[in-house]
Design a protein around this ligand. Structure first.
Ligand SMILES: Cc1cc2nc3c(=O)[nH]c(=O)nc-3n(C[C@H](O)[C@H](O)[C@H](O)COP(=O)(O)O)c2cc1C
Ligand SMILES: [Fe+2]
Ligand SMILES: [Fe+2]
Length: 401
């Protein structure tokens, strides 16, 4: 793709990356992605977002098919993660007449991302307006969507808002805009996956971002990944979905799942004991024992992160906890999980490192483990099961309701 006209005076000059399958180390991108970037042409011309450094040459060609680089007056970065800022240093050298505009936090990050003192950044604040001639751009602070630096840029004259990652998706749409998506259900899956991966730790900020968008009128959202959203396509769907996904939960019963792995059923016995005890001690608790290897990891992570507290059990194999337990714990939402009580247990044979190593790791993340966990030697005896009941009681005691 070279470029695509979105509206009179507004062009998409970003990069399609259909082959990407993993983003930011941990996110699956089954439908590829795109790094979107936009040119607004007026008396003065603005480029909004840059792109990943890997695609620099193609990106520069795209821009040049719309505008000579010397005619760019402003480069605006709504967010500085290197998928949007990686091309900035080399681009700034070529765009001799461009000022780089960003939030204060972004200017701090860009110093260390660009690593070139000759490149200067001009800080814009919430509510500042930049006149391009016939069009005005207004900057709207939108922190933690999903970095502290984030802002939206709004153009009333184009009825368009530039939201960077917010409302985006890892979905490589060859048509660039959203009116002819061939696989709408796959797009919706990508939209949800992106929300879960990027925005679910920042729900209050998502609500604040939606409120800010409600105060401006637009029919197009130029996002930084996936199709440009329009009122003839998925704009309404994306906004409504974000509203639904960020709604405050009104659950009455506590959700207290128990996750475990078990080679010979010993740790399973402990898990089942914990579940019966939770049922006895916490009225209406939603609780079940989940054998980790029998379930999809993303589903388990969503149960874990949506829970009020959980217990997790691992046997010791080769002086360590088992990898599916570690894999699940690696998906813990540390940002919102700080106060969540976590019980740790497991059966062992001789050295028993699993439980203490999990506890140490959770503590290092400042998560709230119940005591030092509970480890039981081989097959749990009746006495051992009683210890498990007592440990579960301690776990349940953390919920003062
Ligand atoms: C491959 C393998 C390696 C093991 N390595 C250790 C170990 O390093 N230290 C230890 O305390 N127990 C070790 N064990 C013993 C298990 O922790 C013990 O059998 C435990 O009771 C298994 O519980 P489970 O039935 O819940 O898996 C090992 C067991 C297996 C099968
Ligand atoms: Fe980002
Ligand atoms: Fe991004």
């Amino acid at each position: 793709m070279s470029y695509k006209k979105i509206k009179e005076g507004l062009y998409s000059v970003g990069i399609l990356n259909p082959n990407l399958r993993v983003f930011d180390i941990v996110m699956k991108t089954d439908f590829g992605t795109s790094y979107n970037s936009y040119v607004i042409k007026d008396k003065k011309n603005a480029l909004i977002e840059t792109c990943h450094h890997r695609f620099f040459d193609e990106y520069v060609e795209n821009i040049q098919s719309v505008i000579p680089l010397n005619d760019i007056d402003y480069i605006i970065l709504n967010h500085t993660e290197p998928d949007h800022s990686g091309a900035l240093e080399r681009l700034a050298e070529l765009c001799k007449n461009a000022k780089i505009l960003c939030s204060r936090a972004a200017s701090v990050y860009l110093k260390s991302i660009v690593n070139n003192d000759s490149i200067k950044f001009d800080v814009v604040k919430d509510g500042d307006i930049l006149n391009l001639g016939s069009l005005d751009l207004k900057f709207i602070a939108a922190p933690f969507l999903h970095w502290p630096d984030t802002m939206f840029t709004y153009c009333e004259g184009l009825k368009t808002v530039f939201t960077c990652d917010f409302l985006g998706s890892h979905f490589c749409e060859p048509n660039v805009t959203d009116t002819r998506i061939s696989y709408p259900e796959k797009y919706k899956t990508a939209l949800k996956g992106y929300f879960n991966d990027i925005f679910s730790p920042f729900i209050p900020y998502v609500r604040a971002g939606l409120e800010k968008l409600e105060s401006v009128e637009f029919d197009t959202a130029c996002v930084s990944h996936g199709p440009v959203l329009t009122d003839r396509g998925f704009l309404e769907c994306a906004l409504e979905s974000y509203k639904t996904w960020s709604k405050e939960k009104t659950r009455t019963a506590l959700c207290l799942p128990v996750f475990y792995c078990s080679a010979y059923g010993y740790t399973r016995k402990l898990a089942e004991t914990a579940v019966s005890e939770i049922k006895k001690l916490v009225k209406d608790a939603e609780t079940s024992a989940y054998d980790i290897i029998e379930h999809n990891m993303e589903d388990l992570a969503s149960v874990m992160n949506g829970s009020d507290g959980f217990m997790i059990g691992s046997p010791t194999l080769n002086r360590n906890a088992v990898s599916p337990v570690r894999e699940l714990l690696a998906m813990i939402d540390v940002i919102n999980g700080q106060k969540k009580p976590i019980g740790v247990f497991g059966s062992y044979g001789w050295s028993g490192e699993a439980v203490p190593s999990i506890v140490a790791e959770l503590k290092s993340l400042r998560l709230q483990t119940i005591g030092e966990g509970l480890k039981i030697n081989f097959y749990p005896s009746e006495d051992d099961l009683e210890k498990m009941r007592l440990y579960t009681k301690e776990f349940c005691g953390a919920f003062n309701r």
